[in-house]
Design a protein around this ligand. Structure first.
Ligand code: HAM
Length: 411
């Protein structure tokens, strides 16, 4: 018997309705902010991610699902931002649309060690706003993330924010980190000793206890920020204060990916254990240019949908079923039933029937399991009288209705 690949999941119908609701809430909320959907391919040139996320990042070094074909290397997308910036440039969205607000919902792939809340195929609900450096946009994006979480009925989360500043500021931050860590190298794990050379910012995210201790002892002040970046970040904080969005300033939040500059944020939820980040994002003001486009300020975020579902303490409201379940008893009833089902479906009424050979009692149980709104019964008696027995599953009321009136009655 074949089994699913480790770190992947079958989303079965009972769970799929919850996903549909999550997606519907997302789409409705994104629409309130005038974001429009984009659906880039799941596969891209691997070099796109190497260039955008950075050669020294965990994702590029260890986690990419690579597909080789002759001299080409493709990757199953590990995240959405790079693809969307590629699509923005390739489709000239800067020229046709100017400033754009795009959202996406779909699977991402990372070759990680699977555990609770960490999969190899997981889903992002994310957005990217490209074409403006305005701090007002940072405020809108963080507010949008907060609103999505409220609409998903998620509680107990913390929005952590920081600013990495522009490229020269970020370099100053990296230099000062190296300075602070230089004398403590022998206390770091072997991987962090390599990170010290390749990407010291990643040491701040290391889960090793000894490294955490070293990091906790570092004095990280925001002196690396230039006056413009400091003013930008102050405006973002003032806007969030004004809107009463609660957040925590987190000087150790640096985000592992190279493209980030300026405001960065991460949202954690208290009940999730080791994998407690439900979403993250930030500005990437140089990426469009670095990938061959014109200079364009940009910011976005992505939620991990599986983690959102783990973090929900109340189930999201699933609207009641509105299925009509038709039970036919005997051959003539089956034929008549085909006509009834066809008429109902052509008029937009969702319905199903008993294809399994069950007794009336068994078929009623099935109708119940399917959370049917109405049950219709056609047997020899009904055929003779030209009627259908209609049962309202909410009130339990039952009556006979002329076959020709059934659509009107149900509507
Ligand atoms: P990220 O932090 O790598 O950011 O991923 C965003 C979220 O995806 C995480 O906070 C987490 O909830 C979820 N996630 C990541 N890896 C896994 C996994 N293996 N299994 C389950 N969930 C996972 C990005 O990808 C950026 N592109 C976000 C962004 C958009 N920044 C700007 N725009």
């Amino acid at each position: 018997m074949f089994k699913k690949v480790s770190g992947t999941k079958d989303i079965l119908p009972e769970e799929a309705v919850i996903w549909q609701r999550l997606e519907e809430i997302s789409r409705n909320t994104f629409a309130l902010y005038n974001f429009r959907e984009i659906r880039p391919p799941l596969i891209e040139e691997a070099a796109l991610f190497n260039r955008s996320l950075g050669e020294g990042t965990e994702i590029v070094q260890k986690q990419m699902f690579l597909v080789h074909n002759k001299n080409e290397a493709y990757a199953l997308r590990p995240e959405g931002t790079a693809s969307i910036v590629r699509a923005y440039i390739e489709n000239n969205l800067n020229k046709t649309n100017g400033f754009v607000k795009l959202y996406y919902i779909g699977p991402m792939f990372r070759l990680e060690r699977p555990q609770k809340g960490r999969l190899r195929q997981f889903h992002h609900i994310g957005c990217e706003a490209i074409g403006s450096p305005d701090p007002g946009l940072d405020i809108e994006i963080i507010t949008l993330a907060d609103n999505l979480l409220r609409n998903f009925s998620i509680e107990g989360y913390t929005i952590k924010i920081n600013s990495l500043g522009c490229r020269p500021d970020k370099k100053k931050l990296v230099d000062s980190l190296r300075q602070g860590l230089k004398a403590k190298l022998e206390r770091l794990c072997p991987e962090c000793v390599i990170r010290f050379e390749t990407n010291p910012l990643r040491i701040l995210d290391c889960k090793n206890d000894a490294c955490k201790e070293v990091v906790a002892g570092l004095n990280i002040s925001d002196t690396y920020l230039c006056p413009d970046c400091r003013e930008h970040f102050n405006k973002v904080k003032a806007g969030l204060d004004f809107l009463k969005i609660s957040y925590a300033i987190s000087p150790r939040l640096v985000r592992g990916l190279d493209y980030y500059t300026g405001t960065v944020f991460e949202i954690t939820q208290k009940d999730l254990g080791a994998q407690d980040a439900i979403g993250a994002g930030g500005r990437y003001n140089n990426l469009v240019q670095e990938l061959g486009g014109e200079q364009a300020g940009a910011i976005g975020f992505a939620f991990g949908a599986e983690r959102l579902l783990l973090a929900q303490n109340k189930n999201i409201n699933i609207p009641d079923g509105n299925l009509v379940y038709l039970i036919t008893l005997g051959e003539p009833a089956k034929l008549e039933g085909l006509k009834v089902l066809d008429e109902l479906r052509r008029n937009g009424v969702p319905c199903d029937t008993n294809y399994e050979d069950k007794s009336l009692k068994g078929a009623m149980r099935k109708a119940n399991d399917l959370n049917s709104r109405f049950v219709l019964i056609i047997g020899d008696n009904e055929i003779e009288k030209g009627t259908i027995t209609l049962k309202d599953m909410r009130s339990g009321e039952q009556k006979e209705v002329k076959t020709k009136d059934i659509l009107k009655e149900i509507k």
